[in-house]
Design a protein around this ligand. Structure first.
Ligand SMILES: *Cc1c(COP(=O)(O)O)cnc(C)c1O
Length: 436
């Protein structure tokens, strides 16, 4: 697999380089030079394959010989060791549950695959890989649990004091082993600023092999294509061949992976990019003007992104042709009041508890249905996280229905540990040296 930069199409680098660099120097994003078409027979008979089999097929088509087939298969079986069921709620309406991994969010697909790819490429005797992450909640848990116990790696997670939910905090602070958590007396932006400054610091880079684990890494994008194919396989078992996906979007990595799956040959009728009031993309599709803005806090806080980092990938997939893109992607925004109403409607209609992000995807597909009554495709809205991660949002009667999964209960009895630091970079830097 060769990759170019969205800012330099003549650049050629290997998958391994792209995984460790995350981002090209020119501030573009890495994209595959070749997006192969999966063979039509595979798509036609896809319902015969399991999720790991589908994943191996898709990944090997993209990666080619960068990881030999047998190794790739083992890596995927280890990384994607949980289900992604498309649960039928109503006639032709499905919720795709992506929260059955260890951190209870879809980010487990990306984080677990990435950690194992990195470990695979780290040759024996190579320098320890130091992963630095700033998190507002979901990313940190997925990365921590994804790298937990992975040899030759160490993860340092910075999170803002008092700003993550109790379950998210458990996922960050109970790991031990090669994972350490730092509670920062500041905001998520302060955490991110510290991490950014660390990556730019000469002395730290001379001493440590630093890498980021953020959502622009190509090795997080690829595994997110797997569940789009796997959902299509599940729908085919219900005799359904036409599908619309509604994706709750923040940095647009998840829907970007869906569109990559589409370009690989997955027959999808329509994608819906569902956002909260951080609506840079819906505004762009309405007006043709791409204008980022500072993020605003909402109930669906994992989607509070004013400048979606993966958007240029999506434009690149469509050769910057907005009208081609608009044929495949529709986008709607919803505010907090509507989100809450969506949660209640899903509870009423289907007796199902959806997290606020999931509720936005549901509202978006309902809106699309109303605007396109002639369309008979099956609706699949993606559930990106388990409701128990956002307990404060729900009315009491609905909150009472939320079942806490075993993964969480198991953490409750473990000792918690986080180091505490302020927002001063020199202090953070000394910490990294002192605790080397
Ligand atoms: C990260 C996240 C999102 C947004 O996904 P993107 O790939 O950034 O668009 C949506 N919902 C939840 C629960 C998340 O954790």
């Amino acid at each position: 697999m060769n990759l170019y930069s969205t800012n330099n199409k003549d650049l050629r680098i290997s998958f391994k380089e792209a995984v460790f660099n995350s981002m090209p120097q020119d501030k573009g994003l890495y994209m595959p030079v070749e997006i192969p078409q999966l063979d039509a027979d595979f798509i036609k008979n896809i319902e015969r394959y399991s999720l790991p089999e589908i994943a191996t097929k898709v990944a090997s088509a993209l990666l080619k010989d960068e990881i030999p087939a047998e190794d790739l298969k083992a890596l995927i079986e280890d990384a994607i060791n949980f289900e992604a069921p498309a649960v039928k709620l109503g006639d032709k309406t499905f919720v795709l549950e992506l929260f059955h991994g260890p951190s209870l969010a879809f980010k487990d697909f990306g984080a677990r695959f990435m950690s194992r790819v990195m470990a695979y490429f780290l040759k024996d005797g190579e320098q320890l890989l130091d992963v630095l992450v700033a998190t507002s909640g979901d990313t940190g848990g997925a990365v921590a649990l994804g790298f937990l116990g992975v040899p030759n790696t160490r993860v340092t997670i910075l999170y803002p004091e008092g700003k993550v939910s109790p379950i998210q905090e458990l996922q960050l602070t109970t790991n031990g082993q090669n994972i350490r958590a730092i509670e920062i007396k500041g905001t998520f932006d302060d955490c991110q600023a510290l991490v950014k400054q660390a990556f730019a610091d000469g002395e730290l880079n001379a001493k440590f092999r630093l890498t980021s684990a953020n959502s622009i890494n190509i090795s997080r994008l690829i595994p997110q294509t797997f569940y789009y194919f796997n959902t299509y396989a599940q729908l085919k078992k219900h005799g359904l061949n036409d599908v619309i996906f509604s994706v709750p979007s923040g940095n647009f990595g998840n829907i970007g992976a869906g569109l990559l799956a589409y370009k690989l040959g997955l027959p999808v009728k329509q994608f819906i990019a569902a956002t909260n009031i951080n609506d840079t993309v819906p505004r762009f599709l309405e007006t043709g003007v791409y204008e980022t803005k500072p993020s605003t806090q909402t109930y669906s806080n994992a989607m509070d992104v004013g400048a979606p980092s993966n958007w240029i990938r999506i434009m690149d997939l469509f050769n910057n042709d907005i009208s081609a893109l608009k044929k495949v992607v529709t986008s709607y925004r919803f505010n907090d009041e509507e989100t809450l109403a969506g949660i209640k409607e899903i509870d009423n209609k289907f007796d199902y508890v959806a997290c606020p992000h999931t509720a936005i995807a549901y509202l978006a597909i309902e809106k699309f249905r109303k605007e396109n009554p002639e369309d008979e495709s099956a609706s699949v809205f993606l559930s990106t996280a388990h409701a128990c991660k956002f307990p404060d949002i729900f009315p009491e009667a609905i909150a009472a229905k939320i079942e806490i999964p075993d993964q969480v209960t198991a953490l409750e009895s473990l000792p918690r540990h986080a180091d505490k630091l302020g927002i001063d970079f020199e202090e953070f830097k000394s910490y990294l040296f002192d605790k080397a």
